[in-house]
Design a protein around this ligand. Structure first.
Ligand SMILES: C[S@@+](CC[C@H](N)C(=O)[O-])C[C@H]1O[C@@H](n2cnc3c(N)ncnc32)[C@H](O)[C@@H]1O
Length: 227
């Protein structure tokens, strides 16, 4: 698995590319195991400048490992917006040869799911800006929206969530808001106090539940991009 670690660093593209590399050098068994039990997700953000003389960083990778094919995935909780084309022509007939016709003989009419499109493996979520409502003193604080997506997709009410690197407590605050049980640890006392305050702040938990900030942020981004 040492090699696996190196591959993770080398392959910044997609896991599919990594498969090809692994296939060339390693036992097929590993490739199959990784394909079934791991999904490579990308957290993509556009709001960080590039201060160096190199490719600027605008993503972080998240590896989603599963113990078996039977895992929690609440798709309806994390559906995304359809693209503009789909919204413009919502209902359409699929040709028999289309892979979306599911092999049906008759013409198949596709209509969008009212809850949105199926989620993709790249999430665009801005990093936390200085003036943001959720900003704390922690330097590597993760956005509520990122943890919301992960927690809602992969757990149910009363599920138990473990995050051993508490930091500002984003995982715990989102878990509290959505009535998940959680276990956490944090090395620094300063951050432990921060976490305590955060999870006992009812306004903050209600704000997380309302999703209002995320909706406003999405609207602002769409307006700026003219989409
Ligand atoms: C990247 S930050 C986590 C940020 C967090 N996800 C958030 O949203 O704020 C990692 C945290 O893990 C803590 N940490 C590092 N080693 C640890 C250890 N062995 N046990 C507990 N906490 C640890 C650090 O103090 C730091 O606050």
């Amino acid at each position: 698995m040492k090699v696996f670690g190196i591959r993770l660093i080398i392959t910044g593209f997609t896991l599919r590319v990594s498969y090809c590399l692994w296939l060339g050098s390693y036992n097929l068994k590993y490739v199959i195991i990784i394909r079934i039990y791991c999904k490579w997700l990308v957290w993509y953000y556009r709001n960080k400048g590039n201060l160096g003389n190199d490719w600027g960083r605008s993503h972080e990778s998240i590896l989603h490992f599963r113990k078996s094919r039977d895992f929690i995935f609440n798709m309806d909780e994390v559906r995304i917006q359809y693209n503009n084309h789909t919204l413009k022509y919502p209902a359409r007939k699929q040709a028999e040869s289309s892979r979306f016709s599911n092999g049906k003989k008759k013409e198949f009419e596709w209509t969008p799911n009212p809850l949105g499109a199926k989620p993709k493996d790249v999430f665009e979520i801005p990093t936390i800006s200085n003036g943001s409502w959720e900003k704390t003193i922690h330097k590597t604080q993760k956005p509520v929206e990122l943890l919301r997506k992960i927690i809602l997709a992969s757990s149910n009410k009363e599920s138990l969530i473990l995050d051993p690197f508490g930091g500002s407590g984003t995982t715990y605050a989102v878990a509290e808001a959505y009535k998940r049980r959680w276990i956490g640890t944090e090395l620094e006392k300063e951050y432990c106090l921060l976490i305590r305050d955060r999870i006992s702040d009812q306004n903050q938990l209600e704000r997380i539940l309302s999703c209002k900030d995320e909706k406003d942020s999405q609207k602002r981004r769409s307006k700026l991009r003219g989409t």
